[in-house]
Design a protein around this ligand. Structure first.
Ligand SMILES: [Zn+2]
Ligand SMILES: [Zn+2]
Length: 425
């Protein structure tokens, strides 16, 4: 949208007034049920809501706040590259978007290889650990899980190292899949167009390999097999229970008897009312230690933190210290993970008149120094709770899988490999 009028000094000019009209018209497309929009004038600064007439009047009389460049309160979404740049410290604003994209890809590639190396180190270590370790009584369970992990990691490494086609130097199979899905999401390609493009690439590239996933479905499965996926759990329409564990096969809610599925669509496919998406935590926590960059940081709260009575980090707080006094065994080991938890609603389609929303639950490892633990890359999405209303008290229902996993972590330790000290913990 044209926003040059915002900079005009003469607010009586027709150009300015047309701009205001266009803005109000745009804002009214996303108006809420009360018919009012936020007023971005110099006085209201988007804190007050008024009818379109009053907003128009304010904008002419008082002027529009010049810092309100992206109209996020009126239905405009933050451009993808902008939000990306905001979250990235080492980004400068030079160069075109295309350049930036290429730089990103190059940098990703490097980080990617490091990550894989670290993951692979963890694999080998876990392997030896199991063979030598005979005192552990829950060896059976551990072996099974670890064995699967090792196979997954092996697959990850093999596929990542395999060049996309003979002689291809820029892409491995995995980086190709990740990059393609990334571009698809960034540009909102439809599934159909994505599959069509993959079909062309398949014919174009000199590949005979069956490993490469050539459809969206296969690509997603490929990532899921590598442990990068999530679990879906159906939930009762009225949030009373999850269809999970002992309820997994029920057709009706065990508490309110409401049906689990919406009416069948005639093709025999049942559509559940609500779906909870759960992203298992353990592999990602393990990965924090397997990567050498973060392994040191995970001990920060004990080894590097300065205790001078100033509050900068949860570890400076009384609650943290009290916890340490109550659980001395746990606090002795700096690498034991401490997590913070946060949730808030958001609207995935960026349209304010649409009441649909999702409630993500985000987990943050508080072992990290304050400048890291608040960064996007360390915030781990744990649950996506279906909307539209805030889950409120019912959040307990949705938290069950996470709480279960945390209990498990608390009771039976999970082994991982610490790349920075070369010890298993
Ligand atoms: Zn105003
Ligand atoms: Zn129910």
């Amino acid at each position: 949208m044209d926003k040059s009028w915002m900079l005009l000094k003469n607010r009586m000019s027709s150009q300015y007034r047309d701009g205001v009209k266009a803005f109000v018209q745009f804002a009214m497309l996303n108006v809420g049920p009360n018919g009012k929009i936020r007023c971005p004038c110099m006085d209201c600064l988007n804190c007050e809501q008024h009818t379109s007439k009053i907003v128009e009047y304010h904008l002419v009389v008082k002027g529009m706040s010049p810092s309100y460049k992206t109209w996020v309160h009126h239905g405009e979404s933050v451009p993808m590259n902008e939000s990306h740049a905001l979250n990235d410290d080492d980004h400068n604003d030079f160069g075109s978007v295309g350049d930036r994209m290429e730089e990103d890809i190059d940098r990703d590639q490097d980080e990617f290889l490091n990550l894989l190396e670290d993951v692979y180190m963890g694999t080998i270590m876990n392997d030896n650990e199991n063979e030598g370790d005979e005192e552990d009584d829950d060896d059976d369970v551990a072996n099974n899980v670890e064995g699967e992990d090792v196979r997954n990691f092996d697959k990850l490494l093999n596929d990542a190292q395999r060049e996309l086609y003979p002689g291809c130097r820029k892409f491995s199979v995995l980086s190709f899949v990740v990059k393609m899905l990334h571009v698809k999401v960034l540009n909102k390609w439809s599934n159909k167009s994505f599959n069509m493009l993959l079909g062309i690439l398949k014919d174009l590239l000199p590949v005979s390999d069956q490993v490469i996933p050539w459809t969206l479905y296969e690509a997603k499965k490929f990532l899921r097999d590598l442990g990068l996926g999530y679990v879906t759990i159906h939930a009762c329409k009225y949030d009373c229970a999850l269809f999970w564990k002992k309820n997994a096969n029920l057709e009706n809610c065990p508490i309110c008897q409401e049906s689990r599925y919406k009416l069948n669509d005639g093709k025999g496919k049942k559509i559940p009312y609500k779906i909870l998406r759960y992203f298992p935590l353990t592999p990602r926590l393990q990965r924090l230690y397997m990567s050498r960059k973060t392994a040191v940081d995970m001990r920060w709260h004990k080894e590097k933190r300065v205790d001078d009575g100033i509050l900068r980090h949860p570890a400076d707080g009384e609650a943290w210290k009290d916890f340490d006094r109550q659980h001395p065994m746990f606090s002795q080991e700096a690498r034991n993970v401490r997590l913070g938890l946060a949730t808030d609603g958001f609207n995935p389609f960026g349209n304010m008149s649409n009441s649909y929303s999702m409630w993500p639950v985000i987990v943050v490892p508080y072992n990290l120094p304050p400048w890291k633990c608040m960064k996007q890359s360390f915030s781990m999405l744990s649950l996506l709770i279906p909307g539209p209303q805030a889950p409120g008290r019912d959040i307990d229902v949705y938290m069950q899988p996470l709480i279960d996993e945390l209990k498990e972590l608390w009771e039976d330790d999970v082994l991982t490999y610490d790349t920075s000290t070369e010890l298993t913990c």
